[in-house]
Design a protein around this ligand. Structure first.
Ligand SMILES: CC(C)(COP(=O)(O)OP(=O)(O)OC[C@H]1O[C@@H](n2cnc3c(N)ncnc32)[C@H](O)[C@@H]1OP(=O)(O)O)[C@@H](O)C(=O)NCCC(=O)NCCS
Length: 222
């Protein structure tokens, strides 16, 4: 998504860095939700919660499998250390059988908040969980969480070749705002800037809540 840390096309991080009091370990607001998974009556569920340093290696494995120029574990650690206004979340799959240790991470997302804007830097689902509606659940859930945090609109960058992600964003109401020619240094391809607006509108929020409730995630067998 972003070509490399720490800048984005709109310089979101740059706008914060160097400001007195920027980040430095201040935690963002806590937020957590759980949703039960099919088949109905089975104990499995997904948990959406803050990413912690203990999650970094697992997240970096999904990252490695998902992006041509992945963030290293150290970049994730730095992101978490810098803290708010960077918001990093993971989704865990808890099979409800009470196994040892934290449930495995199946998706993650990170964004920066700047006044009324949230800029998504990363979103990825575990390769074994793709095309199961987890990506759209994570995106819609994040729009609502960002709204609670004061975001009125959400922006992101996507590679021109990444049609899977583009379809996900367009399906849920993002529109293309700009194209940056040759934005990605690794492949030289263009970057598209997409935005989702109207998040402050109560009708948008209630539509998103409804859509979110209707997303049926189908976990992989086994
Ligand atoms: C993009 C990504 C997050 C989608 O996650 P996912 O869990 O597979 O997506 P979902 O199952 O929720 O799919 C939701 C919608 O996204 C679109 N989509 C997702 N994967 C797609 C694919 N391979 N081909 C075409 N459309 C796709 C579709 O519109 C789909 O809705 P539909 O099934 O009704 O057509 C996932 O493919 C991923 O992690 N990719 C690697 C990292 C990445 O590219 N991140 C985005 C950077 S901008």
């Amino acid at each position: 998504m972003t070509r490399s840390r720490p800048t984005t096309a709109w310089g979101v991080r740059m706008a914060f860095m160097g400001r007195p009091g920027f980040g430095r370990g201040r935690p963002g607001p806590r937020h957590s939700n759980r949703i039960p998974l099919p088949p109905e009556g089975e104990p499995g569920f997904l948990v959406f919660e803050s990413m912690t340093p203990a999650d970094v290696n697992e997240v970096a494995e999904i990252e490695e499998a998902s992006f041509p120029t992945p963030y290293t574990p150290q970049i994730f650690r730095d992101e978490l250390r810098e803290g708010w206004p960077a918001c990093w979340w993971v989704v865990r799959h808890d099979d409800g059988r009470g196994g040892r240790g934290p449930a495995p991470i199946v998706a993650y997302i990170g964004y920066y908040l700047q006044r009324d804007r949230a800029h998504i830097a990363k979103i990825a689902t575990h390769p074994g969980w793709r095309r199961r509606r987890l990506g759209e659940w994570l995106l819609l859930n994040t729009l609502l969480v960002a709204r609670e945090q004061g975001a009125a609109y959400v922006s992101l960058e996507v590679r021109e070749s990444n049609t899977a992600a583009q379809r996900l964003y367009f399906k849920w109401g993002f529109v293309q705002l700009r194209r940056f020619r040759g934005y990605y240094e690794d492949t030289g391809e263009d970057g598209l800037i997409l935005v989702f607006t109207g998040l402050a509108d109560r009708r948008t929020a209630s539509r998103l809540r409804q859509e979110l409730a209707g997303v049926e995630i189908v976990p992989p067998a086994g």
